[in-house]
Design a protein around this ligand. Sequence first.
Ligand SMILES: Cc1ncc(COP(=O)(O)O)c(C=O)c1O
Length: 470
Amino acid sequence: MNSDEFRKHGHQLVDWIADYMDGVKDYPVRAQVKPGEVRAQLPASAPEHGEPFDCMMQDFQQIIMPGITHWQHPRFFAYFPANVTPPSILAEMLVNALGVNGMLWETSPAATELEEQMINWLKGMLVLPRAWSGVIQDTASSATFCAVLAARERATGWQSNETGLGDAPKLAYYTSAEAHSSLEKAVKMAGLGKAAVRLVPVDTDHAMQPKALADMMAADRAAGIIPAMVMATVGSTSVGAVDPLQAIGIIARANEAYFHVDAAWAGSAMICPEFRPMLNGIEGADSFVFNPHKWMGVQFDCSAHFVSDHDTLVRTLTILPAYLETREGSDVTNYRDWGIQLGRRMRALKLWFTVRFYGVDGLRAVIRNHVAWAEKLAQIIRSEPDFEIVTGPNLSLLTFRFTPKGLDDAALDILSDKLLEGINDDGYTYLTRTLVAGRPVIRFQIGQSKCSEADVLAAWARVVKLARAL
Ligand SMILES: Cc1ncc(COP(=O)(O)O)c(C=O)c1O
């Protein structure tokens, strides 16, 4: 494709994207295709000869678009959002054109130095300790995996990287029963076995109980097992619970355990001073991760991973073959040593464009609206005779249940799942499920940057209509 053809198709694509942004609300939120339907329309093998770009666009429209779930739909209230804002898309276009691999300072000094400065901006925005440093990872799961590895190395006196885990003492990793599954996955990947994970009981607000944590650590110590790491959560996936960081940090330190904090979703809200108390105690953490790609309008993927002492992380992950040595050596940051993979995308540009375009105040306004609408929705649900709020709202996340009279718990549970299927098959809005105290509930998570109060109310009206027709 020469540059004239690129220009022509590129202009068409920008028009397509702008139309999509305006028209996304007219699609069903969740893809309505059946399993295998998309693949069945694709040729079984690659074309021997090149094809015109227009044919690809036609197939994109006809085959791919029906199989897309529209995360940018204003009535997407599922999971947590993965927001895309126009300045972030434009930044990604530039990054795609540059095709930079920022593995070393030398392989693009601007990629590294912009990333360092964006980490500093985020520290200021979230009021994190100034001495911390950080890196932009792809996802929170990767940051947590790095934390698990750093904790393993620290707890084994840096021996497991050298000689493996054969003779190493047994390690234990603690998190709440509400925490994200990425901890268990990371522990498995680190070769520690999932039996090393301890799920600490939670209180009635679904937050980790510090006393139970201390007791579990003491029991492990007595059995000769080393408490290697505690992961606390600010904004749990199911219900948005917030663990008490201050108390947990004290216990972690007393046991010389690495203290990692996962605020993948809720972290963005910490730019609002009124929510920042949820992070009280963060200064005692060894590492902290949150995803600007969830609630700060920055294109997926963008996960900010902060560390209080980067030597621990770098010492855990460093490796320096001759072909990666550079003249600057350790006088500069070489982000290859801060994460799992060697090659790394330039993720800082979309953060830079987004924060500059909206300003911190603009980003705060979006989050405050979502939280306010969740409160308003909660008031409405409370006034419905046949619905109940089960948790929250915690920031902009609540869970609810349909509770028509005369049905026992088992029947209500079946009804809840049936209602959710009906909501998502309908396509007007998209909600997801979780379990609270072992029973199914429906999550309503307000976080889409295109969403308005009217969208929230319209989605709720549709839920009520579908429920009462069951
Ligand atoms: C609290 C929490 N931690 C971690 C994750 C994993 O995020 P990622 O997809 O960035 O790995 C999620 C995902 O929603 C989450 O809610």
